[in-house]
Design a binder for this molecule. Structure first.
Ligand code: DP6
Length: 338
């Protein structure tokens, strides 16, 4: 039999408005909105072979090594969604996955990985139609919620909002009305700490169940999404900064007040945040921070201020952190072969 190799590259994304809290079947409790990255991606190669046994046959390699943990998670994903991937009936599949960025770097690897896996599996199947990316987004979501937003760049929205007609809880949609001020956003990722996450995303989302502030938080996030759509269309830096910083701190506030509670910021996180705010005040540069569920800091700023900001980060912050990874807004997944 001819071996068919399909290769997809899918970027990670950083949420500007955070997804934190989900219902059954990976349905989010609120809408979220993200910036798609460019250099931080997962590349997945999928090969199909003749099947020897009944049931799903998967061989999984991460950076050329078998990886039991990921193998199990992906097998579970395939079992749960077998009906959506017709190739699983007829073929044994081998997946080779590599990330362009270091592990535990505060870059969502589950977003880029499940994005790339969903794209590769879907493009190998015969069921493709003109809604390919929508379907891939839906299937990526079932692997990891934030993955559904990686299908589009530079900005994507996930979650049903009555004010946005095409929006859905099942897949992300691209945000098309973007002012030139936001065309070339940069994201410098400050690695404050690269140890493994203290709380997995799934455990984190579960903490929103019965959280005393849950309803207020979901409302705030939905409102922030609507405001952010307007901010991105109008090019308003000041509002952009306010929303994303409020979102980052609200996410951590949720973690700090849940039962069990988590304090995921490190002294280096606070130090970086204070320096960023100081620099903004002194120079008027529209630079802002955001955080994921961890201690590392994403610094966002427009391309026009790249040199000045990089100079500031290298001279003022490099010494107190482990590493800086420079990334910027990307345009979404790319099919490399197949
Ligand atoms: C804090 O998408 O990783 O990064 O659906 O359980 O896989 P699962 O969760 P995941 O959660 C991401 C949470 C976040 C915020 C965000 O990306 O919106």
């Amino acid at each position: 039999m001819m071996q068919k190799e399909i290769i997809w590259r899918c970027p990670s994304n950083i949420a500007l408005v955070k997804y934190w809290g989900k219902k059954e079947n990976q349905i989010p409790c609120n809408a979220s909105l993200s910036l798609t990255l460019n250099h931080s991606f997962t590349e997945v190669s999928l090969t199909l072979d003749e099947k020897k046994e009944k049931g799903i046959e998967l061989q999984y390699f991460f950076h050329e090594q078998p990886n039991e943990h990921f193998q199990k998670r992906i097998l579970r994903y395939l079992e749960q969604n077998e009906g959506s991937f017709d190739i699983l009936k007829d073929y044994s599949i081998t997946i080779h996955s590599t990330n362009s960025f270091p592990h535990s770097a505060g870059i969502a690897s589950s977003a880029s990985s499940f994005g790339a896996i969903a794209l590769a599996l879907l493009s190998a199947s015969e069921q493709q139609d003109e809604n390919f990316y929508e379907e891939a987004s839906n299937l990526a979501r079932l692997g990891s919620g934030s993955a559904c937003r990686s299908m589009y760049g530079p900005y994507a929205l996930w979650g049903k909002l009555p004010q946005v007609s095409q929006s859905s809880d099942e897949f992300a949609i691209p945000i098309l009305d973007i002012h030139p001020n936001f065309h070339d956003m940069q994201d410098a990722i400050l690695i404050v700490d690269d140890s493994v996450k203290k709380v997995s995303s799934s455990a984190g989302h579960a903490l929103m169940k019965g959280h005393p502030y849950a309803d207020a938080r979901f409302l705030q996030a939905n409102q922030h999404c609507i405001e952010m759509l307007n901010v991105l269309a109008k090019g308003e830096y000041e509002q952009f900064i306010t929303i994303i910083e409020q979102e980052a701190l609200a996410l951590h506030a949720m973690m700090m007040t849940s039962n069990q509670y988590f304090l995921l910021m490190k002294p280096g996180t606070i130090h970086a945040i204070e320096k960023i705010m100081e620099f903004r005040k002194e120079t008027g540069t529209p630079i802002a921070f955001t955080l994921d569920a961890g201690p590392n800091v994403h610094v966002l700023y427009p391309g026009k201020d790249k040199l000045q900001v990089q100079d500031f980060l290298e001279s003022e912050l490099k010494g107190s952190i482990k590493e800086i990874i420079y990334d910027n807004a990307g345009t979404g997944p790319v099919k490399i072969s197949g």
